[in-house]
Write a protein that binds this ligand. Structure first.
Ligand code: G3P
Length: 241
């Protein structure tokens, strides 16, 4: 199996004829958060971008290498160049950081050239900054292993981010396109439920959203009730009042 095949073709299980259930990625460059979520057993991959890496104030390559020690799933690493030639050159460097690096390329004409060049060389690409189904279709046809529609940023301008996920999922399903859909720019737990219902393959979540997904007031209330009642359970050797 080639390097690219390891990242592509996971949308359908040929035996069961169903898509794999939605996978959870962490959208961060914070190593402590990645370690924490990995310990929960739910971490299937990590996505980063220049803004997230800048927040950590650390050298790009160092952070990615450290993330790769924790997460064995795909790690998206965004290129900084704006022209195809520069993106391809950076992409070839990025995949040397770790075995599971995926080159993140911004959508556009230069991006498409870079996606085509890198994927032709078996290098997996995640196309970022997808805001329309047409962009998703072009990126997939150019060879992207993943596309990342940004739903939160669409919601911010009063457009429906979840509908975009749904449109792309329908088009990919109809035409048996194996490119995986990473729902990105997720802002709250309801987004995760909605993208899971509408056919995203992956939800890449900020740490805060994953923490919120764990919580429910009735869970906390129930734990407290059990804790209080557990104090009433007689211990061996305890005398009954
Ligand atoms: O990693 C890309 C994406 O998830 C960014 O999210 O919140 O900056 O729109 P946001």
């Amino acid at each position: 199996m080639s390097h690219l095949q390891r990242f592509k073709g996971f949308r359908r299980d040929p035996e069961r004829k169903v898509r794999e259930s939605v996978k959870i990625y962490l959208d961060t460059a914070n190593v402590e958060d990645i370690r924490e979520v990995a310990s929960w057993g739910v971490l299937a991959g990590v996505t980063t971008n220049p803004s997230l890496v800048a927040k950590e104030g650390r050298v790009y390559e160092e952070v990615i290498r450290e993330i790769a020690e924790i997460c064995k799933g795909p790690i998206s690493v965004e290129v900084l160049a704006l022209d195809a030639e520069g993106m391809v050159a950076e992409g070839r460097e990025v995949v040397k950081y770790c075995d599971n690096a995926v080159v993140k390329i911004p959508m556009g004409r230069e991006g498409l050239k870079a996606i085509y060049a890198l994927s032709s060389d078996d290098i997996p690409v995640n196309t970022t900054l997808i805001f329309s189904a047409n962009q998703a279709l072009l990126a997939a046809r150019a060879g992207a292993a993943y596309i990342s529609p940004f739903l939160g940023r669409l919601d911010d301008i009063s457009e429906d981010g979840v509908s975009l996920i749904s449109d792309i999922a329908e088009i990919f399903e109809t035409h048996a396109i194996e490119t995986e859909i990473i729902a990105a720019s997720i802002r709250h737990p309801l987004h995760v439920i909605e993208v899971a219902r509408h056919g995203a393959d992956i939800a890449t979540c900020p740490m805060k959203v994953l923490e919120q997904m764990c919580e429910h007031p009735l869970t906390s209330k129930g734990i407290e009730q059990f804790r209080r009642d557990s104090e009433k359970i007689p211990r061996p050797g305890m005398t009954k009042n």
